[in-house]
Design a protein around this ligand. Structure first.
Ligand SMILES: *[C@@H]1O[C@H](CO)[C@@H](O)[C@H](O)[C@H]1NC(C)=O
Ligand SMILES: *[C@@H]1O[C@H](CO)[C@@H](O)[C@H](O)[C@H]1NC(C)=O
Ligand SMILES: *[C@@H]1O[C@H](CO)[C@@H](O)[C@H](O)[C@H]1NC(C)=O
Ligand SMILES: *[C@@H]1O[C@H](CO)[C@@H](O)[C@H](O)[C@H]1NC(C)=O
Ligand SMILES: *[C@@H]1O[C@H](CO)[C@@H](O)[C@H](O)[C@H]1NC(C)=O
Length: 421
C-alpha cells in the first residue's frame, strides 16, 4: 500500500484514511474526509474540517442566513470557477466524470428566472415563471408574473461545453388562455402542465391551473377555494406517485409581499383529488411551507419551510430554513414529521429528488444536494439564490437563479421531472 500512487490509494480507502496532517501541536491526525480522486474539471473538494474552527466567528448581524460563507482558502470567484462542490464523496456518482454548468441568459435586474420549472418531454421544453411580488419584477398586485420557456434542443453540446452561452438560447414568453395569475409552482400532470398561482389582491383567488404544453396554451382552472374560502397564496405543488393526488403548499408570501390580503387560513399542506373533488389537509405546524416533493417510490414526502424570509416584514433568522420529511401512508396521509436538513445560506425553496432518492434543494448560493439520510454531499454553486431548478430527464438540469438562467449536465437522473400520470 505504501508505494501505491496517491490517487489509487485514495480510491482504495476512499472516505477513510487519506493522508495525515500535522496540527499546531505537531501531532499527526488522520485526515478523514473527501477523497481527491479524479476530481472532475469543474469540481472542487470543500473540506469542512478547514472551517470547523475559525477562531474569529462573526456575530449574527454579520454572518446569518442572508450572508454568503466563503470557506477559508477560497473566493467567490474560485467557488464559481469550479462550481460543483464536493462535500462528500457520494457526490462523485451524482455529478459523474464531467459535469458542466453554463450561463444561458441574464435578465439584468428583473428576476425572470424564479420558480415553477416544469420539463415537458413532449416538446423537450422547460417552462418556468418570473418572480411574483418581487419589486424588481413589478409583478404581484399590478401585473402578473410571466410564464416563459426554453427549448432544450437549442441547448446543444456546443452550448454546454462553454461556461457562458449568454443569449444563445431563446427565452420565449408563454401566454396561457385564460391567464395564469402569479404562477409560482408547477409539475407535470395527465399530459398537461399543472401550475399553481398565488392570486392577486382581494378578488383573484390563488388557484391550481392545468395548462396545455402547446400553443395557445389552453388552460383550465382545477381548484380555487376550500368550501368557498380563498387559499392564502399557493406556492408549490407535487403529485403523489402512488395515488396521483395533487399536494400543494399554501404559505402567506402574497400577503407579506403586499399583493394578497391578510391571511384567512392556516399555512399548511393540502391535498386535492381531482377525480372526486375532495380537498383536505395533510400537514400543518409550518411557518412558511414552500417546496414539496415525493421520494421516487412515494414513501416519503419532503416539504421545505422558508420561515426565515418574511417578505416586507424582514428576515427572522430564528425561524426555519428547514427541509422536513414525512412518511406517506398508503392512504396518502402524512406521518412522523422529521427534520431532514437545515440549509444555509438562504432557504431551501424548490425541492426535487433523483431516481436514487437523493434530495436537491434550491438555496442562497445554488443547488444543495443531500443523500437520503440528510447529509449534504455537494452543491451546484451559482453564487446567488436559486429558488428552483428542475431535471430534464437524465443528466440535464435547468437552474433558475433569479436574474440568471443556467444549464447543468451531470450523471444523476430526475425522479419524475416529466412523468405523465
Ligand atoms: C450577458 O448579456 C447581458 C446583456 O447583453 C450583459 O449585460 C451581461 O454582461 C452578459 N453576461 C456575461 C457573463 O457575458
Ligand atoms: C435573454 O433572453 C431574452 C429573451 O429571449 C433576449 O431578449 C435577451 O437578449 C437574452 N439575453 C441575452 C444576453 O442575450
Ligand atoms: C383545453 O380545451 C379542450 C377543448 O375545449 C378541453 O377539453 C380541455 O380540458 C382544455 N384544457 C386543457 C388543460 O387542455
Ligand atoms: C381519488 O379518490 C378516489 C376515491 O377515494 C380514489 O379511488 C382515487 O384513487 C383517488 N385518486 C385520484 C387521483 O383520483
Ligand atoms: C423573530 O421571531 C421571534 C419569535 O416570534 C421574535 O421573538 C423576534 O422578535 C423576531 N425577531 C425579529 C428580528 O423580528
Amino acid at each position: 500500500m505504501v508505494s501505491t500512487p496517491f490517487s489509487r490509494l485514495a480510491n482504495l480507502v476512499a472516505g477513510t484514511l487519506l493522508l495525515t496532517t500535522a496540527d499546531t501541536s505537531g501531532r499527526y491526525w488522520p485526515k478523514v474526509g473527501v477523497s481527491a480522486r479524479d476530481v472532475p474539471a469543474l469540481a472542487q473538494v470543500i473540506d469542512q474540517k478547514t472551517f470547523n474552527v475559525l477562531h474569529k466567528v462573526p456575530s449574527p448581524a454579520v454572518a446569518n442566513g442572508r450572508s454568503q460563507f466563503i470557506p477559508p482558502g477560497t473566493t467567490k470567484e474560485s467557488l464559481f470557477a469550479k462550481p460543483f462542490h464536493v462535500y462528500d464523496e457520494e457526490f462523485y456518482d451524482i455529478i459523474g466524470p464531467n459535469p458542466t454548468l453554463t450561463l444561458l441568459n441574464q435578465s439584468g435586474t428583473n428576476p425572470r428566472f424564479h420558480e415553477a420549472p416544469v420539463w415537458s418531454p413532449i416538446n423537450d421544453e422547460m417552462f418556468f415563471a418570473q418572480s411574483a411580488g418581487d419589486p424588481a419584477a413589478g409583478t404581484g398586485l399590478k401585473k402578473s408574473a410571466m410564464i416563459q420557456k426554453i427549448a432544450l434542443s437549442e441547448v446543444t453540446t456546443a452550448v454546454s461545453s462553454q461556461r457562458s452561452a449568454n443569449g444563445t438560447v431563446r427565452v420565449q414568453f408563454v401566454a396561457p388562455t385564460p391567464e395564469i395569475i402569479n404562477p409560482n409552482g408547477g409539475t407535470n400532470y395527465r399530459n398537461r402542465i399543472l401550475i399553481v398561482g398565488e392570486g392577486q389582491g382581494d378578488s383573484v383567488a390563488p388557484a391550481i391551473y392545468l395548462m396545455h404544453p402547446n400553443a395557445p396554451y389552453n388552460t383550465t382552472v382545477l381548484l380555487d377555494n376550500f368550501f368557498g374560502r380563498q387559499f392564502n397564496s399557493i406556492n408549490d405543488v407535487a403529485i403523489n406517485p402512488r395515488s396521483q393526488e395533487i399536494y400543494f403548499t399554501d404559505p402567506t408570501y402574497g400577503y407579506v409581499q403586499d399583493f394578497r390580503p391578510a391571511p384567512g387560513v392556516q399555512k399548511q399542506v393540502w391535498r386535492f383529488n381531482a377525480t372526486t373533488g375532495a380537498v383536505g389537509v395533510v400537514a400543518d405546524g409550518f411557518n412558511m411551507p414552500n417546496g414539496i416533493t415525493f421520494s421516487p417510490n412515494g414513501a416519503f414526502a419532503y416539504v421545505t419551510d422558508t420561515g426565515i424570509i418574511q417578505g416586507n416584514f424582514g428576515d427572522n433568522f430564528t425561524f426555519p430554513s428547514t427541509i422536513y420529511r414525512y412518511n406517506v401512508q398508503d392512504d396518502g396521509t402524512f406521518e412522523s414529521r422529521k427534520v431532514f436538513a437545515f440549509l444555509t445560506p438562504g432557504v431551501p425553496d424548490g425541492i426535487h429528488v433523483d431516481t436514487k432518492g437523493n434530495v436537491y434543494a434550491g438555496g442562497g448560493d445554488g443547488v444543495h444536494v443531500y443523500n437520503p439520510a440528510g447529509k449534504l454531499v455537494g452543491k451546484i454553486y451559482v453564487g446567488g439564490t436559486s429558488a428552483n431548478f428542475q431535471f430534464a430527464g437524465k443528466g440535464r438540469m435547468v437552474i433558475l437563479a433569479e436574474t440568471e438562467l443556467y444549464f447543468a449536465t451531470l450523471a444523476a437522473e430526475g425522479a419524475f421531472p416529466g412523468q405523465m400520470y
